[in-house]
Design a protein around this ligand. Structure first.
Ligand SMILES: [Zn+2]
Length: 138
């Protein structure tokens, strides 16, 4: 949800859980817009021109994650999949690795066993900050 991937130089990031520094209308199709307000919250929830409420561009629990079509399209072309530091319990992301079974190298890196460990071809129970530089040749 933050922009750490972009700050790290990633050019293609899919924010399936939204973007912390954007807001959107809860009613109309106005695209999410940059919103880095760090001041005190307003006395009233801001309104869109359509009358809807402006809300964080974040996927709350119980809502459908964003950009699932793009994610499944990317998975269909994927040959290397890496999950880092996830519990492997929250759907639909927990099932992404299962879509790749038998046709892609799938790697998990994290300090604890994920719930979906059996779906990975490789599992490294180590701290990502220590293992990833070596694994990725950085
Ligand atoms: Zn609106």
């Amino acid at each position: 949800m933050d922009d750490l991937h972009e700050q790290g130089g990633a050019a293609r990031v899919t924010h399936m859980h939204g973007e912390l520094f954007k807001s959107r209308c809860d009613r109309c199709a106005m695209p999410p817009f940059e919103d880095r307000n760090t001041y005190e919250p307003p006395a009233e929830i801001p309104r869109c021109a359509c009358g809807g409420q402006i809300r964080p561009h974040i996927c709350w629990f119980g809502e459908v994650p964003y950009e699932l079509d793009a994610i499944y399209a990317a998975l269909s072309a994927c040959t290397l999949f890496m999950a880092v530091g996830t519990s492997g319990m929250v759907e639909p992301a927990a099932s992404f690795v299962a879509h790749l079974r038998g046709r892609a190298r799938t790697i998990y890196v994290g300090p604890e066993d994920p719930a979906n460990r059996a779906s990975f071809t490789e599992c490294y129970l180590e701290k990502a900050g220590e293992l990833l530089p070596a694994l990725l040749g950085c």
